[in-house]
Design a protein around this ligand. Structure first.
Ligand SMILES: [Mg+2]
Ligand SMILES: [Zn+2]
Length: 143
């Protein structure tokens, strides 16, 4: 058991100070975990090839869509099924990103889209647009 020395009263390691053993231990585990995961992804691509892994991603996306439908229709364990299919999709998208060296591109686009989401939410929370649809729309009565 790693002992905290920064007196951060939270079980979440990422909120501890960067020189706290709790933070450093967690970082180490995550680094090893990602290195191991990447080795597995490379082996999967080598074993089955690009085309097959793309087919797999299509199938897993379809399974996720199906799991969402079932959840909406009140199936038992709906949340657990969605969690499983999200995990499958994430494992396959990670492989596709490695196959096509898309990691930096995806992160760039995500940064851009998260920024846009923040702006849209600020508008929506001020009553200036719909959160769900299209471009921000000005309130009808605002001149
Ligand atoms: Mg699946
Ligand atoms: Zn700490």
């Amino acid at each position: 058991m790693t002992t905290c020395n920064c007196l951060t009263k939270t079980p979440e390691p990422r909120f501890h100070k960067k020189d706290c053993p709790v933070y450093m231990q967690d970082l180490l585990y995550k680094t090893i975990y990602y290195q191991e995961a990447n080795k597995l992804f490379d082996r999967a691509i080598k074993a089955w090839g690009v085309e097959t892994q793309l087919d797999m991603l299509q199938e897993e996306c379809a399974e996720l869509i199906q799991a969402i439908s079932k959840k909406k229709r009140g199936y038992k364990n709906g949340d657990q099924q969605i969690a499983e299919e999200i995990a499958d999709v994430e494992i396959l998208t990670a492989q596709i990103k490695r196959m096509y060296s898309l990691n930096d591109d995806v992160e760039d686009v995500k940064t851009h889209k998260l920024h846009r989401l923040r702006l849209r939410l600020e508008d929506a929370e001020n009553g200036n647009c719909s959160v769900l649809f299209g471009e921000p729309k000005k309130k009808e009565n605002s001149k």
